[in-house]
Design a binder for this molecule. Sequence first.
Ligand SMILES: NC(=O)c1ccc[n+]([C@@H]2O[C@H](COP(=O)([O-])OP(=O)(O)OC[C@H]3O[C@@H](n4cnc5c(N)ncnc54)[C@H](OP(=O)(O)O)[C@@H]3O)[C@@H](O)[C@H]2O)c1
Length: 302
Amino acid sequence: MKAAVCERYGPPEVLKIVDLPKPSPKPTEVLIRIYATSVNSGDVRVRGLLVDGWIKPLMRVVIGMRGPRNPILGASLSGEVVQVGEQVTTFKVGDRVCAMTGFRMRCYAEYTTLSAEKCIAHIPDTMTYEEGASLPFGVTTAYHFLRKAQVERAKTVCIYGASGAVGTAAVQIAKSYGCFVTTVTSLENIELMKQLGADEAISYKQADWATRLGTFDLVFDAVGKLSKEDRARLMHETTKFTSIHGKGTAAERKEDLEAAGRLFVQGQFQPVIDRIYPIEDIVEAHRYAESWRKKGNVILTI
Ligand SMILES: NC(=O)c1ccc[n+]([C@@H]2O[C@H](COP(=O)([O-])OP(=O)(O)OC[C@H]3O[C@@H](n4cnc5c(N)ncnc54)[C@H](OP(=O)(O)O)[C@@H]3O)[C@@H](O)[C@H]2O)c1
């Protein structure tokens, strides 16, 4: 099968297209023909070992000293189930699915195997494979951190850095909880925020932006770049704060993928796809994702 591999940490050019044996499913697993995957911030960080301080040596010990022990990166996929292990009852051949494989990765390939119990869900008939691949990373992360901060109790939510994979999912999920949502992005992304249903969309480039806003029940830093000063300006006595940095790793829940699928069918969730590349252009796709300026998701088709 065709796969993109990263055999040593480095710039996007370390990624190579190779031919590898097709995996076979264990009794509890499904075999998926992957049609689309996404290049997300996690893949870029692993490929380039782009993490700070003490996390770097720790990451080498955990995932590989000179390069990832598992060289096939990619943590989110969309495709078709083509074989099921004898103990699998929840999926059948022909099912259209999306999945988040997390640290197991292995999505930059034509085929992968995955336990049917993991974070894998059916996608709606009207959802394309490209859209399906855009869901898992942002949706599971946004649900995790919003839920942790009790979004269900919040009436007003401010999402800082709302234009990435996590942010665009968070805006729409917070809206689905009935929150009044204020987004903070660059000027360039204000229109996108309005399209996604933000009630108030402001730019962090405006002077004193953080002091001009009202009070919030919840502030979510979806890119981990909110300054201490601006955070202090946004926080009031009862404001809860959550961030994708320094608060652990998001859980991967299939229920969250199913929930996003239902919102999509109801017209309440719009997958945000910035660019689509064939997997052969993976170097270019990683270069773009590493600009840290992508809007929503970058997709690879296989
Ligand atoms: N803890 C976890 O489990 C977990 C899980 C997933 C992701 N993460 C982390 O979450 C972060 C976001 O992930 P992602 O995939 O959503 O990233 P992404 O898609 O690469 O984010 C790109 C967006 O970030 C915005 N941005 C860049 N610099 C900014 C700044 N200074 N202030 C505000 N916005 C800024 C850009 O919008 P503008 O051009 O509008 O600024 C761009 O649209 C990453 O650092 C990732 O490592 C953590």
